[in-house]
Design a protein around this ligand. Structure first.
Ligand code: RIB
Length: 307
């Protein structure tokens, strides 16, 4: 069956520890709180896109364990259509998330488990689904060769392709050539370009460099500074939305990418889709967790109307 939005990525269980600071090697410190919930960049983006009104299929691999059950019930609740292979010889991934008390900023270790074995052959096996997508989205938590194969199939089928290069790694021009949109955050843009990205002007210079590396349109998400949409002949800074007190910024990039994909799939113009994605992200940071923080389409549209 065809779906408008096909997302390839990883589900992991997020284990989030809130503390004043991270422990040093050899040190134990007391945390303020712990929570367990659904995460993984691809899965978060699928949940965000479905909650934002998109028709979404999510392609991944799970183990056969309690975290896999968490994945299935998360997608059922959000209206995501899972296209899942189970590998009972491995495990469903997990992430360690350190949440800095006071700022809500985070540091993350992801162990993708069974999803670390997603292969180009797995993508060939789903060529029908991927090739019929209107919008195809992926990130870099599963192996790069699988992401490349899926991008090739999606492009050949005429999809609009979005690469969220997270976690960042240096990428070849041949990969960028497969992507209509590349959506790094500040630190990912730094790794891709070798340039500092702390201000909007620096983001513009990095986005120019990305264009010179073969990227068609770069969208650099800049946290509270907004999102920079940058393509040949057009550069627009979309301001961040303030939807309340920021409690947890984990998954804000996923909220943005999912919201952006949902808006594009409805035929919105790219800059309007960036605004919609920014509204989704602006609401998500006011709530704890990643997938559970994703707002509905109505909530995002109400925020857009309110400014
Ligand atoms: O982008 C946030 C996500 O990154 C978290 O849910 C965590 O699982 C990591 O994959």
């Amino acid at each position: 069956m065809a779906h408008d939005i096909v997302i390839l990525g990883v589900f992991v269980a997020d284990t989030a520890y809130r503390a004043a600071r991270q422990p040093k090697i050899g040190e134990t410190i007391l945390g303020k709180s712990f929570s367990l919930g659904p995460g993984g960049k691809g899965s978060n983006q699928a949940v965000a896109a479905a909650r934002a009104g998109g028709d979404v299929a999510f392609l991944t691999k799970l183990g056969d364990d309690a975290f896999a059950d968490m994945a299935m019930s998360t997608w059922e609740k959000a209206g995501v259509n899972p296209v899942v292979t189970r590998d009972a010889t491995s495990y469903t991934g997990a992430a360690y998330i350190f949440l800095e008390e006071g700022t809500g900023n985070n540091a993350i270790i992801v162990a993708p488990g069974a999803a670390a074995t997603i292969s180009p052959g797995d993508m060939d096996a789903q060529a029908d689904l991927i090739g019929k997508a209107k919008i195809f989205v992926t990130q870099l938590e599963q192996p790069l060769d699988a992401a490349i194969r899926a991008l090739e199939i999606a492009k050949a089928g005429g999809a609009t392709t979005i690469l969220n290069p997270a976690p960042a790694q240096p990428l070849d021009a041949s990969v960028f050539a497969l992507c209509d949109y590349v959506t790094p955050n500040e630190s990912e843009a730094e790794i891709l370009t070798g340039l500092p990205v702390t201000t909007v002007d620096e983001a513009r210079a990095a986005a120019d460099k990305l264009l010179s590396m073969g990227v068609k349109t770069a969208i650099i998400t800049l946290g509270s500074q907004g999102a920079l949409y940058h393509t040949q002949g057009e550069s627009v800074l979309v301001p961040a939305f303030k939807a309340g007190e920021v409690v947890d910024t984990t998954g804000a990039g996923d909220a943005f990418n999912g919201g952006f994909a949902a808006a594009l799939s409805r035929g919105e113009a790219p800059v309007d889709a960036v605004r919609f994605g920014s509204a989704v992200a602006g609401i998500s940071v006011t709530r704890p967790g990643t997938a559970p923080a994703m707002p509905s389409r109505e909530e995002a549209e109400a925020l857009l109307r309110s400014v």
